[in-house]
Design a protein around this ligand. Sequence first.
Ligand SMILES: *Cc1c(COP(=O)(O)O)cnc(C)c1O
Length: 370
Amino acid sequence: MTPAAYVHLDLEAVRHNLAQVKRYAPNNKIMAVIKANAYGHGITRVARALDQADGLAVARVDEGVRLRKAGFSQPITVLQGFVCVDELLLMLQHQLDAVIHTPQQIELLQQQGSAEPALVIWLKMDTGMNRLGFKGGDFNAAYRQLANCAIVKQPIKLITHFANADDLLDDKTRRQIDLFNDAVQGYPGERSIANSAGIIGWPNVSLVSTQDGVRDWVRPGLMLYGCSPFAGKTGADFGLKPVMSLHSRLIAVKNVAAGETVGYSGTWQCPNDTRLGVISIGYGDGYHRHAQSGTPVLVNGQRVPLIGRVSMDMITVDLNGLPSAQPGDPAILWGEGLPVEEIARHADTIPYTLLCGITQRVRIVEQTSE
Ligand SMILES: *Cc1c(COP(=O)(O)O)cnc(C)c1O
């Protein structure tokens, strides 16, 4: 019998998706983004599957330390850098590369004197995201200060981040790139601009190095997990394979009369006599509570619609189209055969949140080769 709530991870798909990134960005180095527990897939197992990437990136210092302690020796960039001297020392100790985005970080670096080996840094320019980074003249002033910092490995690397790259009609991406390229002109360090949406959607502007002989870096996250960063598309449209499939099983099947309501608050009223299935999955597992009636679920490989509210441990589906279904039959909530991008749309969210949201009680089943 199918076990209750489990995630199946296809780690061969991670390798396949990394190879796809290389096809999109053949002249770039790849910094594989595995923050947030590798978007919910498990940071160390995904890092192992990404041994062909040139480097790894995480959001926070503790994520980088965890990777070093697990034995990973490739460059690891901490996208938020450090906020205090203790974190700076940890980064030096574990040779984690720091994104520098505030004057306070620069002060801490100046106070530290020197280090062996020196700290690899990425100076971040805010080109319109208005989140992390220095703008305009402040960016160039920060560069000059850091160029004189004994603790900093030269040349300084240069980084910015897109705000709207998933919108192919928005000119903002091109303006961000122009701002960045103007500001870094003449600086010798490696650059990094593109996330998944930049790699797939803006290759001509966001991948091309402005300098001879330097291989700039791309920073794919979502596409490594097989998903499309563009609304209305799925990873398959870009040659990507889903890594995560969320599974469970039917635990009850019953008849509900026309006019009866189903679930909390009675948000669903059966328009006709309904063969109702109850599946053991809910927001306690990371199945989004805002998935609406009509969200597709695969039962025995066939699509049936969710009806009523998502509970903590269960959802209800309409089995009128699948009258032979029985308790114990398998259900897939997303993944193979049912793109998570589609579920995200029905839940008014993005695939990122669904992947990141799988909870502790869900068992993980790994598959490493076909
Ligand atoms: C998360 C993140 C990425 C990866 O973005 P995707 O959209 O998942 O490809 C790249 N760069 C930075 C700075 C990030 O925070």
